[in-house]
Ligand binder design. Structure first.
Ligand code: DX5
Ligand code: ZN
Length: 224
């Protein structure tokens, strides 16, 4: 199933709750929440208390993307704040299976992410335990960067691996997704699309979300 997840990193933080509500009204079934600690990535964004503060503003799935060191320490905090799915970086976890188990024990969907320089094969040992894999299509840390088209090879390899194993794992892409790049990523086999700038820098967010969805549905899997 194709899903669109606006990233609030690009929204007006002075009215974060209203922006979360607006995204639901604009047709987004997920809200992407980028947590950055200034260590795993150079930037600092927000943490669990901020997510908790906007939880009741939207019924969308809260899709928490942890760009932090030692994610195991914080799983319960983010669940308590209202996360529905929690994504951590394979590069940040000494024992990824422990983190996945902690996410499931907390009652959330578990996802692992790979940075552009990390081979996607690093997640293969954990695939059967994951609801979603996030293939970063920019270096994590900042919104507004250009999509890295070479990442489509990773997406296609991952989709092939999942299909061969009979898994319908969600493949999410994050970074530089817009009306054009969404097609490339979907053609390669991605089905969950994070979009920050494309949605929030537009005068008509509902139209952008609808267009991203239509483009993704048309292109999904066509290059497999
Ligand atoms: C980057 C974040 C992304 C970011 C995407 O580290 O993980 O979610 O908000 O922003 P755009 O869509 O502007 O590239
Ligand atoms: Zn993100």
């Amino acid at each position: 199933m194709i899903r669109i997840a606006p990233s609030v990193l690009a929204c007006d933080f002075s009215v974060l709750g209203a922006e979360a509500a607006r995204m639901q009204d604009c047709g987004a079934e997920m809200l992407h929440l980028d947590v950055m600690d200034g260590m795993f990535v150079p930037n600092i964004s927000f943490g669990a208390p901020v997510i908790r503060a906007i939880r009741d503003k939207s019924r969308a799935q809260f899709d928490v993307h942890l760009m932090i060191c030692d994610p195991l320490r914080y799983i319960d905090d983010f669940r308590a704040a209202g996360a529905d799915s929690i994504t951590f970086h394979i590069e940040a976890a000494e024992a990824p299976k422990k983190v996945i188990d902690a996410i499931h024990a907390a009652g959330c969907r578990a996802a692992v992410s790979v940075k552009p320089g990390t081979p996607v094969e690093t997640v293969y040992p954990f695939l059967q335990d994951l609801e979603m894999v996030l293939v970063m299509t920019v270096e994590p840390g900042f919104g507004g960067q250009a999509f890295l088209p070479q990442m489509c090879q990773k997406i296609a390899a991952l989709r092939k691996e999942c299909t061969e194993r009979g898994l319908s794992t969600d493949i999410q892409v994050d970074g530089g997704i817009n009306a054009s790049t969404v097609r490339e990523a979907a053609a390669a086999g991605a089905n969950v699309f994070v979009a920050g700038s494309a949605v929030f820098r537009s005068a008509d967010a509902a139209a952008v979300i609808a267009q991203l969805r239509t483009s993704a549905e048309e292109a999904y899997g066509t290059q497999l």
